[in-house]
Design a protein around this ligand. Structure first.
Ligand SMILES: [Zn+2]
Ligand SMILES: [Zn+2]
Length: 873
C-alpha cells in the first residue's frame, strides 16, 4: 500500500487541536444536554462533586473517566443520558483557604465578622472555584453543563433546609452534650471521619494520688498528665481484686485541693497501666460515659483554643496544652508524686485539614440519630438493590453501617449551610423551612439563629436528588432519579456513599443509585499513596498536555482491573499514546481504500476463510467489551480492544489483505470498512477524541460518532476459524526460528509440513503464497521425512520442518543457543537465591522484589522458547 498519497492525512496524531475542536463541537451542538421528555430509555449519573478548592488529580481523573465511558456507550446504545456536573463548597477546606488569604493581610476571620468573611469567601469561590470545572472539560467528559449545581446554590440550599426540618420533625435530629473531636486551630468540631490517627512516640506517666485520709494512695497511668487538673474521679474495674476494698474512698487530687472518689466501672481495662485510671469527663469520650454513669462533674479545663481555663489553679491558667503538660509533670516530680515514666507508643488523633492534635471536648452539638436510618440502608445492600463493585466492598459498607454511631452534623464554621434553628429569649426553639420573623409564642422579633453550619457531607448526602430539584417533583427528578451508577475512591464510602443511601431512602423512599464502583487506589512508583499536598504522584493535566487526553483515558481504563491498588508513573501513559498512534496510523493506511464507501453490505457467503476469521475475532471482541463494561471490568475492555486492533487487525489481517487490496477486491474493502467502523465505535467511549476525528476523516457518516449506533456482531461462518489460527501459528513459528537461528533477512528458507489432517493440508496449500510472503519461505512442501539440519516446530495436529543447512551454520547457531540457555539458567538461579533469602525480602522495597520477579519470568519464558528449538532438533 505504498502507492497512496495521503496529503490530507497527517502522518502523526496531534491531540491538542483535535481535542479542543471536538469538545467545543459536542458541547455547542447539545450532545451533552439531556432531554427528560425523550421517549428513549434513561441512564443517569451524578458527578462526585469535586471541591471548589480542588485542582484535577488522579482521583478525579478516575472518578470521571469511568462514568464517561459508560455515558458515551449508553448514548450510542440509544439511551437518553444525563451526567450531571457540579462542585462542593468544601466547608472546612474553603474556609481554611480564605483564612490563609486573610492571614497574609494580618487578619483573622473574627476581625472581619461573619458577613464580611462570607462575602470574601464567595469572592474567592468566584475567582478560583472554577478551575476544576475547566479541567473536567479537558478530560472530555459528557457533562450536561446546563444543569450545573453547587452545594451552596439556591436549589441545594432549599433541599438542605427541607432535609434538616424533616429530620427534626421526626425526632431524628437532636442537640446534645457530647465529647466531640475538636480542632483548636480550626475552632470546630470534626466528625470521626475527619480525624487522622498518627502513631506517636510518647510517654506514660504514673502519678500517685494520695487518699484524703493520709493512709496511702492509688497510682494512675496517663498519656495526658495535663488533663489531671480536670479529673473528677479515679476508676477501677469492679472485677479487679486489687482495688475492691478501696472503691468509694476519697482521694486528694494533687496540685489542686479537690477531693475525688474512687469509682468502679466496667469500662476500665484491668491490664492498662496500674488498672486504676483517672477520669476526666469533659475531655475524653470514655470518661464522659463513666461520668454519666456515676454522676461525676464535668470540668472543662481546656478551652476552644486549646488553652487552660479558669477552672485550673491560677498558675496554669492560659497555658497551652503542651506548656501545661511540662509544668504539671515538673510540679508532680517536685512533690514526689511522679512514680515513673515509661516510653509509650500510641495513636494520636489529628485534624485531617491542618494536622493539629485533636482535643476531645464536651460541647453542645447537633446530631443525627443513626440507628433508625441505618436499618433500611443495610437492607437495600443486603437485598442487592444497591450493589457495590468489586463485591468485597458490600461487606465493608455493611460492617460500618451495622456499627454506625450518631452523626455530629454541626460545625463551628461560617462557610456552609447555617443551621436553620432560631432561639427566642422566652426559651422557644424554632426550626423552620423559612426564616422566621417573630417567635410564635411571645411574638418577640429578636431571635438568634444558631451560629453553627452543617457538616459539608450533610449537603453532599442529598446530592443525587437535591441536584434534580427535590423536594420539588421536577421533570428531571421524575425522569432521571434514581441514578444508575456512581464511582469514587474507597476513602469516602462512609462519608458519602453510605450517607447518600440512608438520606435518599429517608427523603425519597428510593435508592439514590443502583451500582457503585469503587475504583482502585492509585499509588506512586514506590508504592506510596499519591498525595496532592506532598506534591508526589502523577498530575493528569501534565499527562494530557504531554500524551493527550485519549492516551490518559486509555491507560486509566487499561490499569483499572478491580484490584485494591496499582502503581502509576508518567511513563506508563506511553501505552495509551502508542496505542493512539497505532490507531491513527492504521486508519491512515486504510483510508484510501475505505473512505466514504458508506454502508457496504457484508455478504457472509463472499467471505474467505481469512475474512471469516477476523470477523469472528471482531465479534468476540465486541462480546468482551460489552461484558466488560457491564461488569465494570474496565481493564478487560481496554485489553480486548488493544489485542484485537493491534494484533488481529493490524499485525495479521492487514497483512493478509494487502494483496487483495492491490487487486481492488471489494470484499476485503467491505470487511475492512466494517472492522474499522466497529473498532472506532468500540474505542470511542474510552478514546473519544481520536475516534471522532478518524470517523470524520474516513467519512463514516452523520454529525458525530457519538450519534452512531453501538456496533452489532457482523455476519460470519465459524467453521474455518481454527485453520486460520493454525496458519498464523505456523507463520509465527517460522519467523521465530528465523530470528533465533539468525537467518539473514534476505534469505528464504523452505518449510515442510507433516500432517495427517487433510483439511489443514489443503488449507495451507491454498494459502501457500501468503505463507511464503509472511514467513519468508520459498515454498511450502508436504512430507513426513525430516531433513538433516532442520529445526522442528511441533503442533498438536502437524509438525513443521525448517531445513537450515546451507542457510546458516546450524551447529554454530545451536551451540550459541545452548550457551544462552546456560546463561539464562544461571541468571534464574541467582534470582531464585535472592528471592529465597529472607534477609533480602525483608530489606528490599516491594518495587525491587517485583522487578526481580518480572525479570525471572522473562528469562524463564525465553529459556522455554529456546529449549523447544534445541530439544526437538
Ligand atoms: Zn484543624
Ligand atoms: Zn419567644
Amino acid at each position: 500500500m505504498s502507492e497512496e498519497n495521503h496529503t490530507n492525512f497527517p502522518p502523526r496524531y496531534d491531540p491538542k487541536p483535535v481535542e479542543e475542536k471536538w469538545y467545543r463541537f459536542w458541547e455547542e451542538n447539545g450532545f451533552f444536554t439531556a432531554n427528560p421528555e425523550s421517549p428513549k430509555p434513561k441512564f443517569s449519573i451524578v458527578i462526585p462533586p469535586p471541591n471548589v478548592t480542588g485542582s484535577l488529580h488522579m482521583g478525579h481523573a478516575l472518578d470521571n473517566t469511568l462514568p464517561d465511558i459508560l455515558i458515551r456507550r449508553k448514548k450510542m446504545q440509544g439511551f437518553e443520558t444525563l451526567w450531571l456536573p457540579g462542585t462542593d463548597h468544601a466547608g472546612i477546606g474553603t474556609q481554611v483557604k480564605v483564612e490563609q488569604m486573610l492571614a497574609k493581610e494580618g487578619k483573622t476571620r473574627f476581625d472581619l465578622g461573619r458577613e464580611e468573611f462570607l462575602r470574601r469567601a464567595w469572592e474567592w469561590k468566584e475567582k478560583y472555584g472554577n478551575e476544576i470545572v475547566k479541567q473536567l472539560r479537558r478530560l472530555g467528559c459528557c457533562l450536561d453543563w446546563s444543569r450545573f449545581r453547587f452545594t451552596l446554590d439556591e436549589v441545594c440550599a432549599r433541599a438542605v433546609r427541607e432535609a434538616f426540618v424533616r429530620y427534626y420533625e421526626k425526632g431524628l435530629i437532636y442537640r446534645g452534650l457530647r465529647i466531640v473531636n475538636w480542632c483548636p486551630r480550626c475552632r470546630t468540631a470534626l466528625s470521626d471521619l475527619e480525624v487522622k490517627y498518627q502513631e506517636e512516640k510518647s510517654q506514660l506517666w504514673y502519678i500517685r494520688y494520695p487518699y484524703a485520709d493520709g493512709t496511702g494512695g492509688v497510682t494512675v497511668a496517663t498519656t495526658r498528665p495535663e488533663t489531671m487538673l480536670g479529673d473528677t474521679a479515679v476508676a477501677v474495674n469492679p472485677e479487679d481484686k486489687r482495688y475492691q476494698a478501696v472503691v468509694g474512698k476519697m482521694l486528694r487530687l494533687p496540685l489542686t485541693e479537690r477531693l475525688i472518689p474512687i469509682v468502679a466501672d466496667e469500662a476500665v481495662e484491668m491490664d492498662f497501666g496500674t488498672g486504676a485510671v483517672k477520669v476526666t469527663p469533659a475531655h475524653d469520650p470514655v470518661d464522659f460515659e463513666i461520668g454519666e454513669r456515676h454522676g461525676l462533674a464535668r470540668l472543662k479545663v481546656i478551652d476552644d483554643d486549646g488553652k487552660m481555663t479558669a477552672l485550673v489553679p491560677a498558675k496554669y491558667q492560659g497555658m497551652t496544652r503542651e506548656e501545661c503538660r511540662r509544668a504539671v509533670v515538673e510540679d508532680l516530680k517536685e512533690q514526689g508524686l511522679l512514680e515513673k515514666i515509661e516510653d509509650y507508643e500510641h495513636a494520636v488523633g489529628t485534624c485531617d485539614r491542618c494536622g493539629t492534635a485533636i482535643e476531645p471536648l464536651a460541647s453542645e452539638q447537633w446530631f443525627v440519630k443513626m440507628k433508625p436510618l441505618a436499618e433500611p440502608a443495610i437492607r437495600v445492600v443486603e437485598e442487592g438493590k444497591v450493589r457495590f463493585y468489586p463485591e468485597r466492598w458490600n461487606k465493608v459498607y455493611l460492617d460500618w453501617m451495622r456499627n454506625v454511631k450518631d452523626w455530629c452534623i454541626s460545625r463551628q464554621l461560617w462557610w456552609g449551610h447555617r443551621i436553620p434553628v432560631w432561639y427566642c429569649n422566652c426559651g422557644k426553639v424554632i426550626v423552620a423551612r423559612e426564616d422566621p420573623v417573630e417567635c410564635p409564642d411571645c411574638h418577640s422579633k429578636s431571635l438568634r439563629q444558631d451560629e453553627d453550619v452543617l457538616d459539608t457531607w450533610f449537603s453532599s448526602a442529598l446530592w443525587p436528588f437535591a441536584t434534580m430539584g427535590w423536594p420539588e417533583e421536577t421533570i428531571d427528578y421524575r425522569t432521571f432519579f434514581p441514578t444508575d451508577f456512581l464511582t469514587t475512591d474507597p476513602d469516602i464510602i462512609f462519608r458519602w456513599e453510605a450517607r447518600m443511601i440512608f438520606s435518599s431512602l429517608e427523603f425519597t423512599g428510593r435508592i439514590p443509585f443502583v451500582d457503585v464502583y469503587i475504583h482502585s487506589t492509585v499509588l506512586d512508583k514506590t508504592g506510596a499513596r499519591m498525595s496532592r499536598s506532598k506534591g508526589v504522584g502523577v498530575d493528569p493535566l501534565e499527562i494530557i498536555e504531554h500524551y493527550g487526553t485519549d492516551a490518559c483515558r486509555f491507560t486509566i481504563a487499561y490499569l483499572e482491573s478491580q484490584s485494591q491498588s496499582y502503581r502509576l508513573w508518567n511513563e506508563r501513559f506511553e501505552l495509551g499514546r502508542n496505542f493512539a498512534n497505532k490507531v491513527w496510523n492504521a486508519c491512515r493506511l486504510v483510508a484510501p481504500h475505505i473512505t466514504g464507501i458508506n454502508s457496504v453490505f457484508l455478504d457472509p457467503n463472499e467471505l474467505t476463510a481469512l475474512d471469516n476469521w477476523v470477523v469472528m475475532r471482531f465479534n468476540e471482541t465486541l462480546e468482551r467489551v460489552d461484558k466488560g463494561i457491564d461488569s465494570y471490568t474496565f481493564s478487560t475492555v481496554a485489553q480486548a480492544l488493544y489485542d484485537f486492533f493491534w494484533h488481529d487487525l493490524c499485525d495479521w489481517y492487514l497483512e493478509f489483505a494487502k494483496r487483495r487490496l492491490k487487486a481492488q477486491d471489494n470484499t476485503v474493502k467491505a470487511v475492512l470498512y466494517h472492522l474499522f467502523r466497529g473498532s472506532l465505535q468500540m474505542l470511542h467511549p474510552i478514546m473519544p477524541f481520536i475516534t471522532e476525528e478518524l470517523w470524520h476523516r474516513l467519512e463514516m457518516g452523520g454529525r458525530s460518532i457519538l450519534e452512531s449506533s453501538w456496533p452489532k456482531p457482523l455476519p460470519a461462518k465459524s467453521d474455518t476459524l481454527w485453520l486460520v489460527e493454525r496458519m498464523r501459528d505456523v507463520i509465527g513459528g517460522i519467523r521465530q526460528v528465523r530470528a533465533e537461528m539468525r537467518v539473514p533477512a534476505k534469505s528464504t528458507v523452505e518449510c515442510i509440513v507433516n500432517t495427517g489432517n487433510e483439511e489443514l493440508a489443503k488449507f495451507l496449500k491454498e494459502q501457500e503464497l501468503l505463507i511464503c510472503e509472511l514467513a519468508k519461505v520459498s515454498t511450502v512442501k508436504f512430507g513426513s521425512t525430516r531433513p538433516r539440519g532442520s529445526v522442528v516446530i511441533v503442533f498438536s495436529d502437524c509438525e513443521i520442518y525448517v531445513p537450515l543447512s546451507g542457510v546458516v551454520d546450524v551447529e554454530k547457531e545451536l551451540e550459541r543457543l545452548r550457551r544462552e540457555v546456560g546463561e539464562l539458567e544461571r541468571l534464574i538461579a541467582e534470582i531464585d537465591r535472592r528471592l529465597g533469602n529472607p534477609d533480602f525480602l525483608e530489606r528490599a522495597k516491594n518495587e525491587v522484589i517485583e522487578r526481580e520477579q518480572a525479570r525471572r519470568e522473562e528469562f524463564a519464558a525465553r529459556r522455554e522458547r529456546l529449549k523447544r528449538i534445541l530439544e526437538v532438533y
